[in-house]
Design a protein around this ligand. Sequence first.
Ligand code: HEC
Ligand code: HEC
Ligand code: HEC
Ligand code: HEC
Length: 261
Amino acid sequence: MAGEGHSRMTVRCRADRGCGAAALMRDGTLTVVLTFLFAATATGDGNMGTGLKDSPHDFSRKQAITVGLCTFCHTPHRAGTTRLLWNHKLPAGTYSWKDVTETSGGTAYPTIKPEWGGPTKFCLSCHDGTVAIGDIYWWSGQAPAAPLNSDRAPDVVGDAIAMPGNHPVAMPYPYDRVPSTYNGVTTGSRVRVDTYKPRPELEGIPLYTDPGNGSVRAGGTVGRAGLECSSCHDVHNGPTVQDGDLLRGKGDGLCNKCHIR
Ligand code: HEC
Ligand code: HEC
Ligand code: HEC
Ligand code: HEC
């Protein structure tokens, strides 16, 4: 446990990410100790797989919001979209990978348009760094007066609407080793489907189905399956999470739940 906290700290608190405690301290020993405590308490690393409460996505943690556990993502009324009753402002831009056009197997990198219904777009509404985290559609009839309770801004995985360097998401998965069409893209002809697990769901990795109109639903379907951010991360910190990054399998375990390498 302690070793894990330590190694996480070095990843998490690089100065360019503005991790407060680590950025201010320059003494090695002191930094390690303090930052481990910071990471463990502030990000809920000690609460892996135990649900939303006290997880990185529990924004009710410090502020005097007593019913805000779901609010910054979902709302029962006046949601931005009925799909997922989404409450966080969605960016209007289209995401794309700009440095390459296809994977080595020949699958085209897609665009992720505002109308895409998969979870990825909802994650990016905070993790693309363009929309303020407290920018929501509804909270007691108005936007929250105080800024959202987060220890820091979310880590950014895309550079605004550019996705280079990111593992495929909103992309087809060769479910049952059959090429899929998903988000307008079809598994490339050079993809060695025998190097992919037929049904990652059997190991706790969710896949999604795009019936063809972007109205994405949970669960894979032969010929129509795809993966999203939520295939690797559980936003709600549910029981399959084994890592402070809300990952569904630890380290190499995660990768080999889909890949056979
Ligand atoms: C940080 C954002 C965030 C918070 C906070 C959050 N959710 Fe979600 N929720 C999502 C996203 C994104 C999805 C899309 C599916 C996925 O990623 O699993 C989702 C999907 C869902 C779904 C439908 C799909 C499913 O997994 O069954 C339900 C129900 C749900 N959330 C309930 C809740 C409740 C209840 C709370 C508060 C206790 C909550 N969520 C808090 C982001 C959030
Ligand atoms: C409402 C904004 C919001 C949404 C939506 C959201 N996140 Fe986050 N997320 C955050 C913030 C803010 C943090 C950092 C919390 C902290 O440490 O104080 C975070 C933390 C994380 C972390 C933990 C690592 C870290 O940087 O602390 C992961 C992984 C993550 N989010 C992935 C996702 C994924 C995947 C989705 C969609 C399924 C998602 N998030 C949706 C705001 C959001
Ligand atoms: C193929 C699996 C996979 C997919 C898909 C994936 N992630 Fe991750 N993500 C990881 C792993 C593994 C880490 C931990 C890497 C590390 O910290 O070295 C991570 C780390 C993160 C972090 C922590 C900050 C960081 O840079 O280390 C955030 C935030 C995050 N992911 C958000 C997302 C979002 C948003 C999406 C969708 C756009 C996404 N992830 C899709 C596997 C994935
Ligand atoms: C949910 C299933 C899933 C998980 C988990 C997963 N991958 Fe992938 N990965 C895919 C799919 C699908 C592709 C795209 C295959 C294609 O069509 O070319 C892919 C592609 C790749 C590629 C090839 C990119 C290229 O240009 O050809 C690499 C490398 C890769 N993944 C590494 C990883 C690593 C490392 C992890 C663990 C952090 C991981 N994957 C986890 C499904 C997954």
